[in-house]
Design a protein. Structure first.
Length: 106
């Protein structure tokens, strides 16, 4: 079995579609987008004494090891993650995968 990696990115609400499109162009077969709430130092805002946290989107992409670098680069560019307070991306090693079935083209 070939190695897999899990790419996770947390981006501002509304950016996940653009980031996922870039990831697909770089070789990702798909991904999952979840709603999230930020709690980092740049996230909390106060409004009339109430702390309001910003809404975020969490993108999770499972990919083959060989595609990891290209997909991560695309995610960083599309999400502008090299700019302050734009989000974060990271890669996790995946020990075991089950349930992936590739369709044969024909």
């Amino acid at each position: 079995m070939q190695g897999y990696k899990l790419i996770a990115a947390i981006v501002p609400k509304g950016a996940a579609g653009r980031v996922m499109d870039a990831a697909r162009e770089a070789g990702a077969e798909g991904g999952t987008i979840l709603m999230a709430r930020g709690t980092g130092v740049h996230e909390a805002r106060r409004f009339f004494g109430i702390t309001i946290s910003s809404e975020r989107e969490l993108i999770v992409i499972l990919t083959e090891q060989e595609k990891r670098e290209a997909i991560l680069d695309a995610v960083v560019r599309a999400g502008r993650l090299d700019e302050p307070a734009r989000g974060i991306a990271f890669v996790l090693a995946v020990e075991e995968v089950t349930g992936i079935v590739h369709r044969e083209e024909g």
